[in-house]
Design a protein around this ligand. Structure first.
Ligand code: GLN
Length: 475
């Protein structure tokens, strides 16, 4: 997709301005219903597009991303633009600087059409916790798009933009991609700078591309990855662009399929599509190996201790004094200011996690919960180290189920958390993971997408991108 559009721009078949206008029109037509966008940055987009057209006219070299419409999840700072994290507490917050990823894609000439909806502070798996209403799954609007990067995924799946960025702390790029039929990549922890991202769980968060094809994900990753002095956890990237590794051949690769990801709770129809995909990999010349990740059963519990602990401390900064003011808060004392701002500004799911996190980190319980969870996290990581001595990639379903209906899980947080069961492990271990479309299941006359997840060794984005690409071009 990206390459084709780039060619069209270069040979004059379409101009960047025309491309933006076409996508803005699609947003006008579809977004009232889909609610993917919280802010549309029409003027910024048109200005950037005309700059790119100028460059093309002058015969200057342009990047693959130049002139192509994209969107950013609304927890990624974009200078001069509202960045709300879908929370009332940041309803009026205008970011005074660019996140490193925003800066990098702007430098590449990308045309940002706006900021997309998410679960509040990225806490959720359906966009139903957004303070500004949920986004809808374009394939069946009675169903959720998944979350938390639901808006970004919907904007790509419904052709409002060519690609988008999301963030993934426990599956938020991959699970909605699986529900809407897009490609979603969570890079290795450290691969992409987190500077300017509204932090959720700082030891888990990564920014990742959401695209229509695996090669497109590679192209976007090449532009956002690499060392950034503003994020001490960021790592140097290779000089060779990731798209150059998408060669379309995986003969001789060893792919591990862990039985822990195929047990209880996995929807039968998802399992069938997944097993067909495993067969496909065999046909493509890969060797399938049964592997064991024995600590998987503790992963969800571990995630739901570490994440709220980190979230509660990250969200402590929202006090009504810095950032933005919550409407209707007129306090008499500083304490009232805190209490009223946080009481009115945060939604119920975020409050639940703040309370859990605060409890987990409190003096008497720290060892029993947080420290223990960190120990289990090491065991989960060790599982991956062991398996990656035997295989190159691990292949699993992305989510145990298909996109579910609105309201199906809103009164039972545990049910909602179970949706993350196959994705949280990659965040806990820090490994890269990509969700690719592997088939569909017909329900109520709609073809609901199924995603397959490829996990790779630390910093082996090249490997999983090529494995995903090879599947894609052969199906
Ligand atoms: N659904 C998961 C959660 O609610 C993952 C969120 C995320 O990756 N941001 O925590």
């Amino acid at each position: 997709m990206i390459r084709d559009l780039h060619e069209k721009l270069l040979n004059g078949e379409v101009s960047a301005i025309e491309l933006v206008q076409k996508h803005l029109k699609t947003i006008d037509e579809k977004d009232k219903e889909l609610n993917a966008f919280l802010t549309v940055t029409r003027d910024i987009a048109l200005k950037q597009a005309s700059k790119i057209d100028e460059k093309i006219k002058k015969g200057e070299k342009i990047d693959l991303l130049a002139g192509l419409p994209c969107a950013l999840k609304d927890n990624i700072c974009l200078n001069g633009t509202k960045t709300t994290a879908s929370s009332k507490i940041l309803e009026n917050y205008v970011a005074p600087y660019d996140a490193t990823v925003s800066e990098r894609i702007k430098d590449a000439g990308a045309v940002i059409l706006g900021k997309t909806n998410l679960d509040e502070f990225a806490c959720g798996g359906s966009t139903e916790t957004s303070a500004f209403g949920p986004s809808k799954n374009p394939i069946d609007t009675s169903r959720v798009p998944g979350g938390s990067s639901g808006g970004s995924v919907v904007s790509v799946a419904s052709d409002e933009v060519v690609w988008a960025l999301g963030t993934d702390t426990g599956g938020s790029v991959r699970q909605p991609s699986s529900f809407c039929g897009t490609v979603g990549l969570k890079p290795t922890y450290g691969r992409v700078s987190r500077y300017g991202i509204i932090a959720m769980g700082s030891s888990l968060d990564q920014v990742g591309p959401i695209t229509k094809t695996v090669e497109d994900a590679a192209i976007v990753l090449s532009r956002i990855a690499g060392r950034d002095e503003m994020d001490a956890t960021s790592a140097k990237s290779s000089d060779k662009p990731y798209e150059d590794y998408c060669v379309g051949d995986i003969k001789g690769a060893k792919i591990g399929v862990p039985s822990e990801y195929l047990g209880e709770g996995l929807d039968e129809s998802v399992k069938e599509v997944f097993m067909n995909a495993v067969e496909k990999y065999k046909e493509l010349g890969a060797t399938i190996v049964d592997v064991k990740l024995p600590h998987t059963e503790y992963a969800l519990a571990t995630y739901y201790i570490i994440m709220p602990a980190e979230l509660s401390s990250n969200l402590a900064r929202f006090d009504g004094i810095r950032y933005s003011k919550v409407e209707g808060v007129e306090p008499e004392t500083v304490l009232d200011q805190y209490l009223e701002t946080r009481g009115k500004g945060f939604g119920p799911e975020v409050k639940r996690r703040i309370m859990l996190g605060t409890y987990i980190l409190s003096a008497g319980y720290y060892d029993a919960y947080y420290k223990k969870a960190q120990k289990v996290r090491s065991l989960i990581k060790k599982d991956f180290e062991n398996v990656f001595e035997k295989v190159d990639y691990i292949f699993t379903p992305t989510s145990p189920e298909l996109a579910f209906k609105f309201g199906d899980k809103t009164d039972d947080p545990l049910k909602m958390y179970l949706s993350d069961i196959y994705t949280v492990t990659a965040n806990l271990a820090g490994v890269p993971a990509i969700s690719i479309p592997i088939g569909t299941v017909e329900v109520d006359g709609k073809n609901l997408p199924v995603g397959g997840q490829l996990m790779g060794k630390w910093f082996d984005e090249e490997g999983i991108l090529n494995a995903g690409h090879t599947f894609e071009i052969n199906s």
